[in-house]
Design a protein around this ligand. Sequence first.
Ligand code: CP
Ligand code: NVA
Length: 321
Amino acid sequence: TDKVGPRHFLDLKDLDAATLRQILDVARSMKTMQQNRRFPLHPRRPLAGRMLGIILSKPSTRTRVSFEVGIRQLGGDAIILSPGEMQLGRGETIADTGRVLSRFVDALVLRTGKTDSLQTLAKWSSVPVINGLTPSSHPVQILADILTFEEHRGPVKGKTFAWTGDGNNVLTSLIEGAVRFGFALRAATPADMRPAQDVLDWAKAQGGDVQWTDDPKAAVHKADCVVTDTWISMSDSDDEAAARIAKLAPYQVNTELMALAAADALFMHCLPAHIGEEVTQDVFEGPHSVVFDEAENRLHAQKGILAWAMGGADWASFGKE
Ligand code: CP
Ligand code: NVA
């Protein structure tokens, strides 16, 4: 049939490269417009009257605030929903929750501890569903990271990123981003913390330049950007924390490791950071670090995603006054 479903933003691999690039172009234009006007609200309030439901099953600082502020800057509004305060917490299904909320709001963001829940919500919602982090992926973070890299160093295409640490949700989305945006990625993790084989296979099938190693020095060698994340994600059990920290210690980003990267390499971390674990204080606060620019760009990248998901046929015009 010709029926076109809602514009879900579930994973970078679900969108084509041209659409992802256009989302970032619109994001960058809106950011420039905002900075030039020295006024945060979009001059046309293109999402006036539109409501975003933000469902958070896990804690959040950046995702929550950047989506809420972002929709408001576009003229819309947001409500924050926590499953513990909803019937979802008493066993109402995600399918029914999605069908009901779709009658009230114009798009949903979901942060969940169960990857399946995101797929189920998207299946049953008649409004766009945006992935605000699952144990498997964090695509909105990676769009912000690419925006940040390009602001500092120009086009990401042909550059080399290195990841060192846990093979987690953020790495999975970085792999998908490498394929869609055309940069190389060298990921170093312990062998039993490798990124999921299906995403590595997918990257290879797509012709992506993505390589796994267990050697952080090999991964970081001459890289244009070094990326890491916490060693204990929200989906990891606290019982394993000590063992994980011990195993991941050789993967720490410190001055010695950073010195192996390109002289002008950037350091990125999605935050929150654990100083003395995945990164040392000197790198986190040092000249390579752009971690707070990344955090800021969550707002701008996600306004591009909101434009695409909620803006209808005219969404690309959000980049213009
Ligand atoms: N990086 C990130 O998603 O942060 P929050 O957990 O604070 O949303
Ligand atoms: N990998 C981390 C990212 C937090 C934004 C987690 O899933 O907890």
